[in-house]
Design a protein around this ligand. Sequence first.
Ligand SMILES: [Fe+2]
Length: 130
Amino acid sequence: MAVDFNHTILSARNSETSAKFLAEMLGLPAPRHWGPFQMVTTENGANLDYMDTDGEITPQHYAFLISEAEFDEIFGRIRERNLPYWADPSRTQLGEINHHDGGRGVYFEDPNGHLLEIITRQYGSGGWNP
Ligand SMILES: [Fe+2]
């Protein structure tokens, strides 16, 4: 039986702006509107569905596996926009990236405070185990 992760919902103050931000930062196709969602689709066909809320937003965490070349592009956009970034999920290492598993990784936030992460190596693929 094949089980593929298909979609998740991200609460947003402005789903349109938020989805556009995510798609632009990751270099993905423009978001599509479907029902109450602004959907961003990753290369493996999973959807991140932004939905508007006026209520409290609990920050969630979303990580994306990318190539070294894509890291250069995305990290370049993070710096162009002067976004804060961190090497760690606790956000103690401001302005740094990590090199876990012999790759590169960095954390930054979407407009709602959701913690986004890009990594070039799957967790543990190079023996890193915190
Ligand atoms: Fe993570």
